[in-house]
Design a protein around this ligand. Structure first.
Ligand code: ADP
Ligand code: MG
Length: 257
């Protein structure tokens, strides 16, 4: 059953008096409990597609088509409805955790704020939940990391904290936009394993955006290959890797090996 679905999504941006298209009619869905990878080179429209799903695009964007979450139309949904979805059902992880974490707040404060705003949790209960979340994402000795500021953590630890923040709402859908691109290769592998384990244990659905086919192979049930604002090929991961049909997919696969 489809959890998030895009139907003929088109996104253009007002720029210098003209309208320039970024996404040109994209149709795909993410079903409950599955991981779908959106893969393609830089500038192909992956982030714009993902951001449009919860109206995180700037006002210069013109969006057409249909985006449904659990059957509910999101295009044209009220800010109140969207905020509720972003608070409870859908979470995002971005590429560079430093830009999403507040450098002036401790790890505990950033996580507690989410628990307070979205779940009304505070005090010792919230603190216990913060520690539990940090443990869940593999932060060692979490009690002693609560008062750390983002700059005191390594890149991999910061990304773990970002994942903890994304999990704090107990989302049904996690959208991860190149969450490991800024990390060292060994740390990348650890974060991917973490995401895969979390996805499996929590039964979350995941939309995983990447330009790296190696990641797709490890993580995704299905793949959509995007190029110049359209999906040129989609299918089960194994089928795409075994027998790609579009020349662009073949080229990506050749470049990988
Ligand atoms: P990807 O995530 O696949 O690297 P994006 O979705 O970020 O690519 O971008 C797709 C296209 O849309 C690019 O040409 C990019 O320049 C353009 N674009 C993205 N965001 C904006 C914006 N806020 N204003 C204008 N153009 C944008
Ligand atoms: Mg992007």
């Amino acid at each position: 059953m489809s959890l998030l679905s895009f139907e003929n999504l088109k996104v253009s941006f007002h720029q210098n008096g003209a309208l320039s298209p970024a996404v040109k009619g994209v149709t795909f869905d993410v079903c409950k409990g599955e991981t779908v990878a959106l893969v393609g080179e830089s500038g192909s429209g992956k982030s714009v597609t993902a951001l449009s799903s919860v109206s995180l695009l700037p006002d210069s964007a013109v969006i057409e088509g249909s985006i449904k979450y659990n059957g509910q139309e999101l295009c044209g949904a009220s800010e109140k409805e969207l905020r509720k979805l972003r608070g409870n059902a859908i979470s995002f992880i971005f590429q560079e955790p430093m830009t999403s974490l507040n450098p002036l707040h401790t790890i505990e404060k950033q996580l507690s704020e989410i628990l307070l705003v979205h779940q009304g949790q505070r005090g010792t209960k919230a603190r216990a939940r913060v520690i539990e979340l940090l443990m869940q994402v593999g932060i060692h000795d979490p009690e002693n990391r609560l008062k750390d500021y983002p700059h005191q953590l390594s890149g991999g630890q910061r990304q773990r904290v970002m994942i903890a923040m994304a999990l704090a709402n107990g989302p049904d859908l996690l959208i991860a936009d190149e969450p490991t691109t800024a990390l060292d290769v060994t740390i990348q592998a650890q974060i991917l394993t973490l995401l895969r384990d979390l996805q499996a244990s929590m039964g979350m659905s995941m939309l995983f955006i990447t330009h790296d086919l190696g990641i797709v192979r490890k993580l995704a049930d299905r793949v959509c290959v995007m190029k110049d604002g359209v999906i040129v090929e989609a299918g089960m991961t194994k089928d795409i890797f075994d027998a790609p049909s579009h020349p662009y997919t073949k080229m990506l696969l050749d470049a990988e090996t």
